[in-house]
Ligand binder design. Structure first.
Ligand SMILES: Cc1cc2nc3c(=O)[nH]c(=O)nc-3n(C[C@H](O)[C@H](O)[C@H](O)COP(=O)(O)OP(=O)(O)OC[C@H]3O[C@@H](n4cnc5c(N)ncnc54)[C@H](O)[C@@H]3O)c2cc1C
Length: 375
């Protein structure tokens, strides 16, 4: 029987909706939602059937993330990073780890960003030093989603030898020498547990290498980027969709008691026009989003460009739609009652998650002008 990822996403979205307020208020990890995702098979969505996974395409993961983000941005972010890490492990990881992910026993994430190179994730400054058949890692990772909850990190460092930009490793969490610097207490996505982590003399087996020594940059660009970019876009569009729906409901429901007719907020043409603009912006971005998966599935020549475009477009759309939602819902929007202020805060993250929107505009401009993206 074909796995019904839509039904699974609906079931998990129900759990996400129930816990989203508390996850945000307490900056607590969305444990119940991740457990629901595990029970409904969503942690195994991108794992291949040979290890017991569903072997679903990226488009399916995108729909799952979009649906869950409408209820809880933090949960969508945790799953986005799980799927991003999973694609690397599926391509370069060992059989046991792949089976664990497919069985729902392993939560993955990416540990790319560093205090030294900041949003330039493609250029880690942290080190990996060979010690016989072991490797010693030293690093100041600046952000790792699910830092306290992931089973292992897909980790970048400089190569042990040579001049390439990076090498990737699978680093088990709680390994001796790893320290989560402080809990996450952020503006938005408050439950995503995205904390700085230091590695001081962390020893792992050389077998934990993901791909060849020095192959990290190629894996980041070829394997991670399409998944990460498309799924961050999906989360942003889920938040944007929820903003449109909540704003329309608020505008239709709020009345001016002193006016006998034309007394709803939505009776104001300016308000209706703002809601219409929100709807159009989201639908335009969703058109690009759908086309990105078609481009990837058909191996179209512009697929790489679409991957860059979709994150920039979705992030900007979500942020702009959130600004409009705050305007339309007025003073009420400042309170939690209407339900747009959390979404507004959550939308800000996709703009600055690397590659950031401004980096993407630079890359896209370079690609269009026939210039090399790096260098
Ligand atoms: C909620 C959240 C979760 C995250 N989770 C993870 C995670 O799980 N794993 C992980 O590895 N990282 C994660 N990150 C980190 C993220 O990907 C970025 O690395 C981080 O947000 C960069 O922040 P910074 O202040 O160091 O950026 P900076 O590098 O200081 O950038 C500041 C500004 O300068 C701009 N800028 C920088 N370089 C350029 C350029 N070349 N061209 C144009 N503009 C530029 C940026 O766009 C940005 O607006 C997360 C971040 C957030 C906010």
């Amino acid at each position: 029987m074909t796995y019904d990822f839509h039904a699974a996403a609906e079931a998990v979205a129900d759990v996400a909706r129930e816990h989203a307020g508390a996850v945000d208020a307490n900056a607590s990890f969305p444990t119940a939602t991740v457990e629901a995702a595990r029970q409904h098979g969503l942690l195994a969505l991108l794992s291949k059937p040979d290890v017991g996974g569903h072997g679903a395409p990226l488009r399916a993961a995108a729909h799952v993330i979009e649906r869950i983000a409408r209820e809880c941005g933090s949960s969508a972010m945790v799953l986005t990073m799980h799927y991003s890490g999973t694609t690397v492990i599926e391509a370069h990881g060992d059989l046991a780890t792949r089976r664990d992910i497919a069985a729902g026993r392993h939560l993955s994430t990416l540990a790319f960003s560093e205090a030294g190179s900041r949003s330039h994730f493609w250029a880690p400054v942290s080190t990996a030093t060979k010690k016989g058949d072991r490797v010693v890692l030293d690093a100041e990772k600046s952000w790792i989603t699910s830092a306290n909850h992931a089973t292992a990190f897909v980790w970048s460092s400089k190569p042990t030898a040579g001049n390439e930009a990076s090498t990737l490793w699978l680093v088990p969490n709680k390994q001796k020498g790893l320290t989560v610097a402080r809990p996450f207490d952020g503006l938005g996505l408050r439950g995503n547990d995205s904390a700085p982590v230091t590695a001081s003399g962390v020893e792992i087996s050389n077998k934990n290498r993901l791909g060849d020594d020095g192959a990290g940059f190629g894996i980041m660009m070829g394997t991670v980027l399409p998944t990460f970019s498309c799924l961050i876009a999906s989360g942003a569009l889920g938040l944007a969709e929820a903003l449109v729906q909540k704003t329309a409901a608020h505008a239709s429901g709020q009345k001016y008691a002193h006016l006998a007719t034309q007394n709803a907020l939505a009776d104001l043409p300016t308000i209706r026009a703002y809601v219409a603009k929100m709807r159009i912006q989201v639908d335009m971005a969703k058109g690009l989003w759908n086309d990105t998966f078609t481009a990837l599935e058909e191996g179209r020549a512009d697929a790489g460009l679409r991957v860059l475009e979709v994150k920039a477009a979705a992030a900007d759309t979500a942020a702009q739609v959130a600004d409009l939602a705050m305007r339309v819902c007025g003073g009420m929007a400042f309170r939690k009652d209407v339900g747009v202020e959390r979404l507004f805060r959550d939308t800000r993250a996709s703009l600055v998650m690397a590659p950031t929107s401004d980096q993407l505009y630079d890359f896209i401009g370079k690609a269009i002008c026939g210039m090399p993206l790096f260098g």
